[in-house]
Design a protein around this ligand. Sequence first.
Ligand code: GDP
Ligand code: MG
Length: 408
Amino acid sequence: MFTLKKRNKFAIVIQAKHRSLPNYDRKEFEGLANAAGYTLIHFYSQNLKKINSRHLIGVGKLEEIIHNQMHDFASQFEQIPTKIEKRREEDLIYIFMNRLKPNQIRNLSGAFQTKVIDRDLLILEIFEAHATTREAKIQIKLARLYLEASRKQKEISAKLVTERQGRDFMGKGYGAFEAYRRSFKEQKSALVKELKAIRKQRELRRKARSDVYNISIVGYTNAGKTTLLNTMKKLDLETKDSPFTTVSTTTRNLIVKGEEMTVTDSVGFVFDIPHEIIEAFMSTLEEITFSDCIILTLDVSDPLPVLFRKLQTTFQILVKLGAFQMPVLYFMNKIDKLEPADFEVKRAQLLGILPENSVIHFGSALEQDTIQQLTQKLYEIKNSLTPATRMLSQESLLEMVEKINVTF
Ligand code: GDP
Ligand code: MG
């Protein structure tokens, strides 16, 4: 069933439902897990009347999952050793569709005898998997530091409260807190310093190519942005006059009919990013605001509500970034996965939402024909050969966000 080129990372997803917990879309969550490189083998969901403080889910559910892990999954999937002692952490992990507290992560890992992560940590893993530049890698380290600090702080303050209630005021807990704070500050300032140095270099690079037409590929995680850039590179190998050259790992030079452009890949957008890491995430996207044109990529094989929500998130992030001064080429990707009837429905819906005169292209990032048509459209936008080159405005973006709300 699976093509096993490299060691697979298997994951079991667990969702606890409770009126106090945010409810995430399952398909969308599975997309995130795939983007982090996991093959999903099972999904559990539990409706909770009361949240279990030790492991979020109830004890009965926990035992059921442990039982299945020992007996069913391992025998079904050859790559997962049946004996727990033979398993490596990355063979099989558990991902919660919720946010977990540090003690819950510890208790659950102990119970399952393997790694357990939650939605926030999964998002960090995706960023890690897609971080190709040194800057992005440092941004992620910083984000992880913030996330850990915020969790650790909550845990330590809870302990401090308990200590204060006893006689041990300024005792062990306080010392640990101070030590942690110092180490956090040191690590943070080292990372920030490194980031500043890299930013300066980037600024210089950007100035050097500021007379070149810059295009940014943006969109939700898993939309096919990197594939798009990679297919462009492949085209390079098969074309005589070599239209693409690599500027950096994520930026490539593209020459269309003698005109030079650069195309830059970006980290994917994700719905509801934890506030501890949003800053790091936004600053990796800063580059987008300096581009002359945006290729907004969507995976049209997503179910319509998911597709709409992703489009909405994308517009909201562009507004937040202040990136609405440039023309947009909407690239509706993965049409090879659509039935013709489904394609027509989605096409009509999307055309109903996007502004009139939008440049929209339906295709597949895996197909060189699509790339050729896209580059032709980029050429037309660059040279104002299409009426759609008008700038976006903040109002028009917010208007579309509203329109999507109505359509939901
Ligand atoms: P990114 O997160 O936006 O950079 O997405 P990727 O480029 O990493 O692609 C995510 C997944 O979608 C990969 O498994 C790709 O092979 C797949 N993919 C991308 N474009 C297409 C397409 O046009 N058709 C199909 N069927 N799959 C695609
Ligand atoms: Mg990518």
